[in-house]
Design a binder for this molecule. Structure first.
Ligand code: FES
Length: 279
């Protein structure tokens, strides 16, 4: 049979494309959104004050493993009741600042960084690899995620297990957010404030994001030839798939709300916002 050899099209130069749509817009949005979130959460995690108010605990500090109040900063008042293991351990080296948020933020941070959706988004936004589909990239080679260092991204499935545990912890925080302390007597009473709603929405959005995870979907639906033979698992799989279809939307909604929840509690603690008591 006669064969025809067609020359390969030359590789596009950086940013070259025939696309007419504003392809750079989502890439820029991702860059600004993720950069802003990382800067804010790093700043918030290093403040070590104003992360609690009444029964509210910022998700940036939850779970609070230890509490510390080295200089008696006012925003820490009452934070000790959230701590699982009491005050800062005595063996902690004095030369290293004790920042409880940084003891835990690696888990949700690692979960997001290795998320299949975010990978696609930040490979484009930060590494320009490529800047968007059918747009020329600045790199000549790409070894993919089957070799070092990107093969580490496969750790995502283990971060997923941790992220599910965090959902239970954050749900418990909503319960704690229903208890208000009378500053005069110290007595606790049940109630619901705007902050309780903010915390409840936080765990709701995070659940929608986490429970739609590709890895979780595989754990639920995998290992079986016919899922129709396992009705409970099939229902869970359908629920997971439903959330997974909007994974990007839940990824961004939960990301923004985590930041906002910390901001809201911080502002209440600083006296800038007055928390509205609904019940
Ligand atoms: S794939 Fe996005 S959270 Fe698992």
């Amino acid at each position: 049979m006669a064969q025809t050899h067609l020359p390969l099209a030359p590789q596009r130069g950086y940013g070259e494309t025939t696309r007419k749509d504003p392809w750079w817009l989502p890439t820029l949005g991702t860059f600004i959104g993720l950069s802003g979130f990382i800067v804010y959460m790093t700043w918030a995690g290093m403040q070590n004050e104003h992360f609690s108010y009444q029964g509210y605990l910022s998700p940036a500090y939850s779970p609070l493993l230890f509490w510390t109040d080295p200089e008696g900063v006012t925003g820490l008042a009452g934070a000790e009741r959230f701590a699982y293991f009491g005050p800062q351990p005595s063996w902690w080296p004095g030369a290293i600042p004790f920042l409880p948020a940084l003891l835990i933020l690696w888990a949700p941070g690692g979960f997001r960084i290795t998320c299949y959706y975010y990978r696609g988004a930040y490979y484009k936004a930060f590494w320009q690899s490529p800047p968007n589909c059918a747009v020329g990239k600045p790199h000549k080679t790409y070894s993919g995620e089957r070799s070092f260092p990107l093969i580490i991204q496969n750790i995502h499935r283990y971060f997923m297990y941790l992220a599910v545990v965090f959902l239970f912890i954050l749900a418990h925080d909503v319960y704690l957010g229903m208890w208000f302390i009378d500053p005069a007597t110290g007595a606790k009473s049940f109630g619901i404030g705007l902050g309780t709603i903010v915390l409840a929405l936080n765990v709701t959005f995070l659940s929608a994001y986490t429970l739609g995870c590709h890895s979780l979907r595989h754990v639920i639906g995998g290992f079986k030839d016919r899922i129709s033979g396992a009705p409970i698992r099939k229902s869970l799989y359908k629920g997971c798939t439903g959330l997974n279809k909007n994974h990007m939307r839940w990824a961004w909604t939960s990301l923004v709300w985590v930041g906002f929840t910390d901001f809201y509690i911080r502002m209440c603690s600083m006296g800038v916002f007055t928390d509205i008591r609904i019940i």
